[in-house]
Design a protein around this ligand. Structure first.
Ligand code: AMP
Length: 563
């Protein structure tokens, strides 16, 4: 119920994650997580279309990844800013921002139910390397969900704020964020009133899932099973079991017993064995750390603190690798899954207390290198010459001198590219233009200046020795957000049927039972069939208290069977 004496809008922070999303509120001087309809703090960032065409978001949708993969989608945040569309069911197709809007809408509803008031705005976190396009699309996703973005905050900055590091006078922090499918390393430097995002780098295809996949490979190899010859369900159930095993490794050595491919097999895993299996992955984690430090021109001992973010940093092997590399223990007392949401709510509070906001100016970096195509003499053409290097703090302006190749050259082509590879053919082409050259019978010197601002506008100025100047503006802000497409997204989402929030606990249990049925065999399968029928009958009876007690019992029984 709305408290009559607190008319102020709630101060909310949202972590819109690749694997899970969370919403937190600032209350009584601290950030608090808000539970969803199931009582969980983490809402899986997964969307599914039910058989009757209505949308499921969160845990129920995640259970359907196994049972209805063609109607379910996860990890769409990876594609934010691209034109990729996801087909769900036969006639429905969604953009990454529409799917994100459904997750944001679900968090908004949870917050409204918990707070007892309408929620209209929030601070939302985004990865530090998100481009302007990706940031604008995130804002659009929020708008589709009926939320105004008070501001976007970089995930590493939010993590540091959750630890109160923004209250330090001077601090250099490395944020190590290992999620389900992505790995980000960021160096933050506080010299109040500035927080500088020094360097942000990582690996978009490295995360906790790869550690589970490595266990799966090792296990199949030991059992001499060919994954291609296994039923997809059997493989999925082994993958799920190994995921659970991995998450329990912190508690001590684990034993797996798996019933599939005609027999019951055992597999034992302890920390030493896991470290050996994960050696190549642990080595891959080291490279981005070294690069981030190099880009920030820091040595490990220059850092004042280390912050671990993301569920996969719970792995002892990862914690040990970090402690060895830096010769110190990281901050760990906050739950690595929830830090970013707590930090986003902290930022919302700072913004409301205006004095704090004015103290804090967050600077940003250009996450990729921008440069032009050049030739070197007769032999080498299409080399990439960087002008603004990745991780340069923006706004920025950098200049370099180039020369024409022939004395009688009539014009020079300025082709702008983005990327980290030495040849332009391997980088992303942005735009090109020609600068006419006056005939002097000699080579021309040209000063090429790139000025990149925080709104994604790149100004390219070419100045000839004569002082003649040619300017060209390249708008790197979104091209895809045309008003017609936005209106179509609004219409499409407004027409969707979404499972009512209070029906979610039942729908989630049904999805869980279906997945358990699919992943089991024999007697266990019969037992689950019985429970499935029983729960459907109880639902038909429509007695809320009977439904709730059955739901509790069945969820506990499934926990025990590890489904
Ligand atoms: P996030 O994207 O931050 O939610 O992280 C999800 C990843 O964290 C998944 O790959 C999980 O397997 C992993 N994870 C969560 N809890 C644990 C745990 N206790 N031990 C190891 N990995 C975990």
């Amino acid at each position: 119920m709305q408290d009559a004496v607190t008319p102020r809008a709630p101060l909310l922070g949202i972590d819109l994650g690749t694997t899970n999303s969370l919403i937190a509120v600032w209350q009584e001087g601290r950030a608090l997580l808000i539970p969803n309809a199931l009582g969980d703090m983490l809402t899986p960032s997964v969307v599914s279309v039910d058989e009757d065409g209505s949308m499921l978001i969160g845990k129920a949708a995640r259970a359907r990844l196994t049972t209805h993969p063609e109607r379910t989608v996860a990890a769409f945040k990876r594609y934010m800013g691209s034109d990729k569309r996801f087909d769900l069911g036969s006639h429905q197709s969604f953009s990454p921002e529409e799917l994100s809007a459904l997750v944001l809408g679900s968090l908004k509803q949870d917050a409204e139910a918990w707070l007892g008031c309408e929620v209209r705005e929030a601070v939302i976190s985004v990865p530090a390397y998100f481009s302007d396009e990706q940031r604008k699309r995130t804002c659009f996703a929020a708008e589709l969900a009926g939320l105004k973005v008070q501001r976007l905050i970089n995930e590493p900055t939010a993590a540091a704020m959750a630890y109160g590091l923004h209250e330090q006078k001077f601090e250099r922090t490395l944020i190590f964020d290992l999620g389900g499918g992505t790995f980000d390393v960021t160096v933050l430097e506080y010299a109040l009133p500035l927080i500088e995002v020094h360097a942000s780098t990582g690996d978009n295809f490295l995360g906790g899932e790869d550690f589970t996949a490595a266990l799966l490979q090792a296990c199949l190899k030991e059992w001499q099973l060919n994954p291609a010859a296994l039923e997809p369900q059997a493989l999925a159930s082994l993958g799920d079991a190994l995921e659970q095993l991995k998450c329990k490794l912190g508690e001590g050595p684990q034993q797996l017993s798996w019933n599939g491919a005609g027999e019951t097999r055992e597999w034992a895993l302890d920390e030493t064995r896991a470290q050996k299996i994960w050696e190549p992955l642990l080595a891959r984690l080291r490279a981005p750390i070294e690069q981030a430090l190099r880009d920030a021109r820091l040595r490990p001992r220059d850092l004042d603190s280390l912050v671990l973010v993301g569920g996969a940093t719970r792995m002892p092997a990862v914690q040990q690798m970090v402690a060895t590399l830096f010769g110190r223990l990281p901050y760990r007392h906050l739950d690595p899954d929830t830090i970013v949401a707590l930090g986003a709510a902290t930022q919302a509070a700072c913004k409301a207390r205006e004095q704090a906001v004015e103290e804090l100016i967050l600077t940003d970096v250009c996450p990729y290198t921008l440069g032009i195509a050049t030739t070197r003499g007769e032999e080498i053409s299409d080399a990439f010459s960087p002008i603004i290097e990745r991780n340069t703090i923006i706004p920025t302006s950098r200049e370099q001198r180039f020369y024409s190749t022939h004395p009688d050259q009539k014009a020079i082509r300025i082709a702008v590219y983005q990327g980290e590879r030495p040849w332009v053919r391997d980088n992303i082409f942005i735009e090109e233009f020609r600068v006419p050259l006056p005939h002097t019978g000699a080579l021309h010197a040209l000063d090429v200046r790139f000025s990149y601002d925080i709104n994604g506008l790149l100004e390219v100025d070419v100045t000839l020795a004569s002082g003649e100047r040619h300017s060209h503006s390249i708008d790197r802000s979104p091209t895809g957000l045309d008003p017609q497409a936005c209106a179509a997204s609004h219409e499409r989402l407004a027409a969707l049927k979404i499972h009512p929030r209070d029906a979610l606990p039942n729908r989630t249990l049904l999805a869980r039972l279906e997945r358990a049925w699919m992943q089991s065999l024999g007697e266990e399968r019969e037992q689950i069939r019985y429970w499935l029928d029983e729960f459907n009958n109880v639902l038909g009876g429509q007695h809320p208290s009977t439904i709730a007690s059955h739901r509790k019992q069945l969820n506990e029984a499934l926990d025990e069977l590890r489904f």
